[in-house]
Structure formats: C-alpha cells, structure tokens
Design a protein around this ligand. Structure first.
Ligand SMILES: [Zn+2]
Length: 439
C-alpha cells in the first residue's frame, strides 16, 4: 500500500468516522477491529477536495454555440440558456456532478451556484438535499448576480436578482444549512459571482454579513484580461484594489482563478491569507491564462484545486485536474519547481485551507476518515515506479474505493445507492430540455 499522509504504511484505524490511529509498517491495532479492508493493492490519498464548481453547468457541456470562445463571449452565449434552469434540472445536475466527483476520488466539493431565475429561489435547498442523500461533504456557496447589462454589467436581466433579496436569502440559507462543527457535511459560504455581474454595494454588504455570521466568502477574480479592463473602466481600479475596497481582502475569502495579478498584488494576497482555487482545465480551455500558484503559495495564500463549471472545463474529475495543475504550472515555473506531491497537497490540505477546514484534507489522527483509494491495474499504469507519482503522471481518472466520514461511498468503482445509468439518462434528458428551450 502506498499512502499520502502520516506514516500509515501499516494501516489506518477508523472509529466513529474519524481516523483513530495510523500504523507504521508491521504495526497492529491496539484492539481488534469490527471490519478490516486489505488495501495492499491500493494507493491511498486523503479524500480530494474540490474548491470551485458550478454543478448546473454539467447540463451545457460542449454546447455547440459556446465552443471556441473566451470567457466574456462564452458567458454571453450561455446566460440565456441558464435562464431556463428549473428545480428538476438543478437537482439532476447536482447529482450527476457529485457522482462524477466521487468517482474521481473527491469527498468534499464546493459549488458556486449563482443563477436564480424565477422559480429557482430554493436552489441551495435542492443542492443540500442531493448532497445529503449522496453522502458527499459540500460547501454550498450562495452565489448572486445583480449587475445586469442595463447597469453596465455582463449578464442579461433574466438572470439577476435584487440586492436585498440576495442578502435575505443568504441569511436564510446560513440559518438553514450551515454547520460550523468538525465533521460537518454541509457548510454555507456567500459568493457574489464576479466584479462584472455584482454591484459594489452587494459585495460590501455580503462581506459584512459573512463576518457577522462567521461564514466564508468566495468569488471569481482576476480570471481574464477582459475583467481587468472592465474593472478599470467601471470602478477606476484593478480587480484586487476593488476587492480590498469592498472589504474582501482577508483570510475569510477564497478566490476562483486568481490569474492576472502583479507581484505586488501577490504579496498583498499572501499577507492577507486569501485563498486561491486554481482551475487549470478551465483556464486552458477558455485561454484565460496561467495562475501564479507557486508564487501565491510562497506569499502565504492557501492554494486549492477546482474543476470549475462543466461548461468551461467540461469535466468534473478532480484527480485529472491535479494532473492538469502539474502540467500548466510546469509550463510557468519549470520541472524543478512543481512536483506531483505539490499538486496532491493542493488538491487535499490546500483545498481544505481554502474552505477554512482543518478537519479534512489529511490522513492523520483526529482528521475525518475521508479517503480515496486508487488501483494501478490499468494499462496506463503498467510498469510505473513511484505509485503516488504514477497517479498524476500516468493519468489516474477513477477511484476504486472512496470513504467519507468512515462510510464507503464508492466500492469497486461504483457509487453505493446510485443507479448511475438512470441518473445519466435523466441528466441527458434535462440537458436536451434546457438547451432546446433556448432554441
Ligand atoms: Zn467558475
């Protein structure tokens, strides 16, 4: 057995959902165990943690009219389609995304849901119910848009809400779902979408609400050069200055993307402890740029990995995303500056730091028993040397077993309690329904 974590080559004892002991090779548990699993054929990782996603976008993967576009044109093509989201569509999209993530070794996922057309006011409730049933830990971020084209923003009126409605629902979902305790299955964060879709006032009001209720804050920032240009024209400053002005430059915040920062801005982010969800696949597909992840981490920012919405990256596979992080970061920094252990750290404890959690992301005594077990039994791994490096370099894409809080959720590559064929059929119909409605 190869393992990323405390010296646990002899095994891991799990009790009440928590890691009770890590044994060195040759060691035995102090007391007999009720159930024993022989992991000698597996590579064992802490459950992977996804820090940025838009589950609903699984319905618009590889959507023809949005192909081969950069962010702003891609968004303008898709906003009218997403305006047709219904509660049923969101439910099946959430389940499909969680299934895809689980099968890639992910045990905790953050979702950023920011599309609230009429009739979908209970989006967070729908997602919470789906996650609870599937047994995946989630940080559901209550997204928001209230700056439409009429007010100088990017989205159409059909997908924006009023600022007071956003704040009221943000407070409601914190009350209803946020569990601050260790081992929490559901946490809530607040997440106005981006500088080009939210007003300055709502950004500031949301920061105040998050501080008052002690929940985390999330948004997209410095994703594209177009965004920099937008901020200079709309707010008279660069995105990070704007972030600071609205009370967001602190360690309560993690940002999606974080690409177009100057060295001085990287120092400010690191000093503030602001986290970055690095989303390499999306950044490559949309040609957004290369996140300076190594510099940000050295400056003090937690770095996590995010698959981003499945219409830009088109996949929700976290172990593959870690491989993409290695590849893109090597293009920026060279082979000697980033290794498979760096990207595995980002996808586990780094991501946990972004989500403000110290109970997950590591195999260590006292941490939640969230584990991802991979087998190296496919042709792509044949002949591999270092098993942990092989996961990343040979392109692992499917976990054999996944445990969340001491309970198996995936066995032999299959999700327990989920009829995947039925889920895919319903998801396929929902995707066709949504895109057909948009014409
Ligand atoms: Zn995103």
């Amino acid at each position: 057995m190869a393992i990323l974590g405390e010296n646990a080559a002899g095994g891991i004892v799990v009790e009440n959902g928590v890691i009770a002991a890590c044994m060195a090779a040759g060691e035995e548990p102090d007391a007999p165990c009720d159930e024993v699993f022989d992991g000698s054929e597996h590579v064992v990782l802490p459950g992977l943690i996804n820090t940025h996603h838009h589950f609903y976008q699984t319905l618009t993967r590889a959507y023809g009219p949005a192909l081969d576009k950069e962010l702003f044109d891609w968004l303008k093509t898709l906003y009218p389609v997403w305006a047709g989201l219904t509660p049923d569509y969101l439910d099946v999209a959430t389940r499909l995304a969680l299934a895809e993530l689980l099968l890639s070794g992910c045990t905790t996922a953050a979702d950023h849901h920011y599309v609230f057309p009429d009739g979908l006011e209970d989006a967070v409730d729908i997602q919470a119910a789906a996650a609870q049933e599937m047994g995946v830990r989630v940080t559901l971020t209550r997204g928001a848009m209230n700056l439409s084209v009429d007010d100088g923003g990017l989205p159409p009126r059909s997908v924006v809400q009023k600022g007071d409605a956003i704040l009221a629902d943000s407070a409601r979902v914190i009350d209803a779902f946020h569990d601050p305790s260790a081992g929490a299955m559901i946490q809530i964060a607040l997440a106005p979408c981006s500088p080009f879709s939210v007003t300055r006032e709502t950004m500031a009001d949301t920061a105040a609400l998050a501080a008052d209720r002690d929940v985390r804050l999330h948004t997209h920032l410095a994703e594209t050069k177009d965004e920099n240009t937008f901020c200079v024209e709309m707010f008279g400053c660069r995105p990070l200055d704007y972030l600071e002005q609205v009370g967001w430059l602190n360690d309560r915040v993690w940002l999606a993307h974080g690409i177009h920062f100057s060295p001085e801005e990287i120092s400010r982010l690191g000093a503030a402890g602001t986290g970055i969800a690095h989303c390499p696949g999306s950044n490559m597909i949309l040609a957004s740029g290369l996140c300076p992840a190594i510099d940000l981490e050295r400056a003090g920012s937690p770095i996590g990995i995010g698959v981003d919405g499945s219409a830009s990256e088109d996949a929700s596979n976290l172990i593959q995303e870690a491989r993409q992080a290695l590849q893109i970061q090597r293009l920026r920094y060279g082979a000697g500056q980033v290794s498979h252990t760096d990207v595995l750290r980002w996808a586990t404890s780094g991501s946990a730091g972004c989500l403000g959690r110290d109970d997950i992301g590591e195999i260590a005594v006292g941490k939640q028993a969230d584990l991802a077990l991979f087998k190296l039994d496919e042709p792509r791994f044949s002949g591999a040397g270092d098993p942990l490096a092989a996961l990343i370099l040979c392109g692992a894409h499917r976990a054999d077993r996944v445990m969340v809080g001491g309970d198996w959720r995936v066995l032999d590559g299959e999700i327990l309690g989920t009829d995947i064929e039925d889920l895919m059929a319903r998801h396929h119909d929902a995707a066709r329904g949504l895109t057909r409605a948009a014409g």
